[in-house]
Design a protein around this ligand. Structure first.
Ligand SMILES: [Zn+2]
Length: 249
């Protein structure tokens, strides 16, 4: 599933269409009024976590790539088109994505201070929200889009490895400074990820994600589905500390 930095990268590439009128809109996305979009000028593109928001004067189109979504800029993929925009200077096509029209002002729906890549991201608020569910596993908590919007499975795994925290640790048992470092690392790594994405080198930089050997200890990494969402965790039993409640430890 594309994570915040990948969504920001799509935004970067799509900015060439801002201030352009939509010449044609096509696709089988349910509930998207294609006729209404035609002729409208794209005024802005925003991102929120894993969502792209294409802004028009009176509404916005939200695109979420979900698990298997794809996109093509100035090109077409051999798939069923979900939503495609044609501009004078090119095309923007989405496949296997979830698309929705938003008629309310965006600030009423989105709290940008939850987005780890937004300038208003509020670290203290994220820590306070983490503290509200102390019994949760950290591997679940970091993926919570209502706390750290944009963080996905790659960032989660890499951040836990970098800060040496075991994914099965209980949030409430992780010392506060370590938790604060985890949140900070989510921000830092998201921006690094975007840089690497722009260079096309992101896959060269992962320490544990889809890797087999711990780069610190040179021993095999663990690969397990952990937590309520059952997302795959890659981790090292030796150098990532497990913080457990007293009754389990
Ligand atoms: Zn290790």
């Amino acid at each position: 599933m594309p994570e915040g930095p990948q969504i920001r990268f799509i935004k970067d590439q799509s900015e060439q269409f801002i201030h352009q009128p939509v010449l044609n809109a096509e696709g089988d996305a349910e509930g998207i009024p294609l006729d209404l979009i035609k002729g409208q000028c794209l005024t802005d593109i925003k991102t929120y976590g894993k969502e792209l928001l294409f802004c028009f004067p009176d509404f916005a189109i939200r695109v979420h790539l979900m698990l298997f979504g794809k996109y093509a800029i100035n090109g077409e993929l051999n798939r069923k088109l979900r939503l495609g925009f044609e501009f004078e200077n090119g095309t923007l096509n989405f496949y296997a994505s979830n698309c929705r029209i938003i008629r309310e002002p965006l600030h009423k729906l989105y709290d940008w201070s939850l987005d780890v890549m937004h300038p208003t991201f509020d670290k203290k608020q994220a820590l306070a929200k983490l503290a509200r569910k102390p019994e949760r596993l950290i591997s679940d908590a970091l993926l919570d889009q209502n706390i750290l919007a944009g963080v996905g499975n790659i960032i989660k795994n890499e951040v836990l490895f970098r800060r040496q925290v075991h994914p099965e640790s209980t949030v409430g048992k992780i010392p506060e400074p370590v938790l604060a470092q985890l949140v900070q690392e989510c921000v830092k790594l998201s921006f690094k990820y975007l840089e690497w994405k722009r260079e096309g080198t992101e896959n060269e930089h992962w320490s544990v994600y889809r890797k087999k050997i711990c780069p610190r200890d040179l021993i095999p990494l663990q690969k397990e589905k952990i937590g309520r969402q059952g997302r795959t965790c890659y981790f090292c039993d030796k150098c990532q500390q497990l913080y457990l409640p007293d009754n389990i430890a």
